[in-house]
Design a protein around this ligand. Sequence first.
Ligand SMILES: Cc1ncc(COP(=O)(O)O)c(C=O)c1O
Length: 412
Amino acid sequence: MSPDPLTHLYSREALCAQPSAIRDICALVAKPEVRSLAGGWPDPAKFPLKAIRRIFDKLITQHGARLFQYGSTEGLAELREVLADRMKTGGMADVDPDSLIITHGSAQGMHLAAQVFIDREDVVFVGLPTYFGGPGAVRSRSGKVIGIPVDDDGLNVDSLRLEATRLKASGKRVKGVYVIPNFQNPTGVTLSLERRRQLVRLAEIHDLVIFEDDPYGELRFEGDPLPSLKSLDRSGRVIHLRSLSKTFVPGLRLGWAAGDSGAIRQMVVAKQFADAATNTPAQYILLEFIRQGLLDKQIQDNIKFYRSKRDFMLEQMERYFPDEVTWNRPQGGFFIFVQIPGDMDAADLFRQAVAKNVAFVTGQSFFVDGSGHNTLRLSYAQAGHQDIEFAIRKIGNLIKAHLMDRKTNNAA
Ligand SMILES: Cc1ncc(COP(=O)(O)O)c(C=O)c1O
């Protein structure tokens, strides 16, 4: 391949940026014959096409060409009002339309937040493992990410306290924490109430911003919802990021961020230079979808749908995985995280699985320190029951074959 002729002109951030390994895996396995548990995309079978068509027709008749005009950078006023009201009923009493910005997905929310808060060398803590969006946004500002272990109760706040103290003592500028509190991507675990309280307290003590990324919280299959970090915070230091990708449709690219109104104003300024405004017709469609009571129905429907897929996948794992493999039982969201025996490498298992037309994501892609070689993320979101059964059986058989080989080698 000829060298890229403009490399010498690239920014330092562009030169350091890595493409998402997960996107690469999904592209690699996007063949019809592959049964994929890789993507974290919602199942298109649940996209409310008829309702969207009906609403879109109505909107064109009602608004005409205005529907396709630029909108305000912060987003449609009526939609911000409706979303602020929804957040109030969700326990976030202090949210009003001025402390909320509509974004192109929560990915853009995180990106804008990083632009507002992160300078070169600023440190942000992230889960080990974590979804790549938070670390990517921080690195795009030349900030540093430091991994903090995630266990069954979510991000380990005691480890975070020790790291924050240590780094501050060594003169580092510790700025924030990126956390996915509900049904985390990739582990599926939820941050416990006690840890939520501890984290908010710790952020006050160390003067940190909390980037609370919550695209899955509304897809809770069982148990009571826990208060958001934003609702526990009294000092305006939580930027709460939301997404419509998992509860409505991802392709309209809709999300929002809520926080202190000053910080949100700064995010609005950053957005002016990013893309001027969020897609106008998409915002109107969402507004109408919510006003007709369809979003709440859609969420309830999605909960039933994904709960039954989770249950099915867990049953298959019990059936086909050997005792040496462990995993968790997520209470919502899209993901199950799996530990395979420590002498196995998930990247090898992935290659063997792809040869059998099965795909998943290797867990290592989610560890900012490169650890997690013996972990996998399995998603039940997009695959049908047959594909789930096939894929879990094949993965189970490959692991069993490895264990047999090990036994034979040990005996020899
Ligand atoms: C934790 C997390 N945050 C953000 C996103 C991106 O969401 P959006 O489509 O709203 O940009 C995802 C998508 O998979 C995610 O898992």
